[in-house]
Ligand binder design. Structure first.
Ligand code: PAF
Length: 280
């Protein structure tokens, strides 16, 4: 695996490898890698000639300075994991390399960023949009892989690709879960052992919501049931639960066509903010 920290060096390297037929797969990450990330790499490895991963803890997408400070940084371990699953190139720039000066450009993703995560994390999706646009320009991938766990991020990137005509195919990959259902996340390692056991309630709540919606209950009734579910779990502070259209992320009053309904939630457990969703 080749490792680069500067834009100039990775551009030169990729230019020397790329031919007219090379399919380049790209997996952008913020490091602290887990099986979910490795699954993205494996999927890229199967479908592409060249697999590039990036690790960059993007400061401008954190609206909470404590969250940025606490974000786990495990570059040595990450680098070994990426090499083991067949990554060809790793890009891990410094913040000064990506932002020699504070970016003035601002993205407005309209309705997509006023709901769910966008409503609770002002500026977050602008930060994601800026860094992903930069990384796309640097790496110039043919395909880019993102996890469904960040469903709203997938929708934002889809909008970015369409509105800016990036010649990139977006690949949404299923959420990878622990044996007890907890969605894998870099932030899970900040849970205490007790919180880690309690955290599985997020998935139980999602499953409950899915089965009630499938039985024909309305989103409004199901949301009420989920609020009651979390009231019995005082260690959780539920931020939101919404039943939405899986592409537009807008709240719906009835279930959508197959594969188009998503239940999304976010909750604080101790110092960790967890998000998860089910699409059905
Ligand atoms: O999903 C993430 O890890 C980040 O939001 C991303 C896409 C790498 C942008 O910083």
């Amino acid at each position: 695996m080749h490792r680069f920290t500067t834009i100039h060096a990775i551009r030169q390297h990729l230019a020397s490898l790329r031919t007219a037929n090379t399919v380049l797969g790209f997996v952008p990450t913020m490091g602290a890698l887990h099986e979910g990330h490795l699954d993205l790499i494996r999927q890229a490895r199967q479908a592409c000639d060249l697999v590039v991963a990036s690790i960059f803890v993007n400061p401008i997408q954190f609206n909470n300075p404590d969250d940025l400070a606490r974000y786990p940084r495990t570059i040595e371990q990450d680098s070994e994991m990426l090499e083991r699953v067949g990554t060809d190139v790793l890009f891990f720039p410094t913040a000064a390399e990506i932002y020699p000066e504070a970016p003035q450009l601002r993205f407005d993703f309209g309705d997509l960023e006023t709901v769910l995560e966008g409503a609770f994390r002002p500026g977050h999706f602008n930060g994601v949009g800026v860094v992903v646009a930069k990384l796309f320009n640097i790496v110039q991938p043919d395909r880019a892989y993102f996890g469904q766990k960040d469903l709203q991020q997938v929708a934002v990137i889809r909008r970015l690709i369409r509105d800016l005509s990036f010649p990139v195919e977006l690949v949404r990959c299923d959420t990878v879960r622990e044996a007890d259902g907890l969605a894998m996340s870099s932030r899970n390692r900040n849970l205490t052992p007790t919180e880690r056991t309690q955290a599985t309630a997020m998935y139980q709540a999602l499953q409950l919501a899915q089965s009630r919606l499938s039985e024909g209950q309305s989103p409004a009734v199901v949301k009420g049931e989920i609020l009651t579910f979390f009231e019995a779990l005082p260690h959780f502070r539920l931020e939101y639960v919404e039943v939405v259209n899986a592409d537009t992320l807008q709240a719906v009053s009835e279930t959508q066509a197959p594969g188009q309904t998503a239940i999304c939630m976010a909750a604080h457990l101790g110092k960790v903010r967890l998000i998860d969703n089910l699409v059905f």
